[in-house]
Unconditional design. Sequence first.
Length: 214
Amino acid sequence: MQFSNGLVKIKKAVVDVENDFKCLCIRQTLNGKDIKLNGVPQTIILPMRDIRSLEVKKGDVIDLSFQRNQLQSTKKICIKYPINKDTNKNQESKKYKKSKIKLNSNNIDKVFKGLTLVMVGMEPEESELREAVEKRGGKLICISGKQGKSRRKTVRSRLSEGDIVVFTKSYVSHAATNLAVLVCKELNIPFDSVDGFGKSNFLRTAEKLIHNLK
């Protein structure tokens, strides 16, 4: 991964399929390393306009760029590399061995059954996260990451409905973060935060919190 004047470039990432929504994404580079932002493994959904124009498909190798802290709105496929079948086959084998446990974990049925998850911030991911949570049997409540002390009663009321709370540092204001943490502590609601972007980070953190409830 390269950084230059706020531009982040991921080199030679392998295109894969995101299981829940059957869309193309990247998780690893050609050498089998996880793609990470702020130390957190990522699943980055590829922009449809570039998929169509470059005729990108599963197994292709690409470069992806985006502005730091603006992944969803600025991501762009820069290069699609030519790749032979042998290289592609070897890479698929490596990916299968390394991610088999992770994929099985992601496919657990009804892991959130009967539970309410509260998400603070991460508004650009709301529809995707809601579908993922509901598919696993749970309910998702979304709270804006920009609400501060002036909305304390509203925030407190909505947080109180949750079994767990997850908020992201990428989209949440300092005031909203402090308020969410304070209310969670007052109501004894388990909470955690994520530094990166995307559904996989949210689900991983939520599952960890749910596991600790048992």
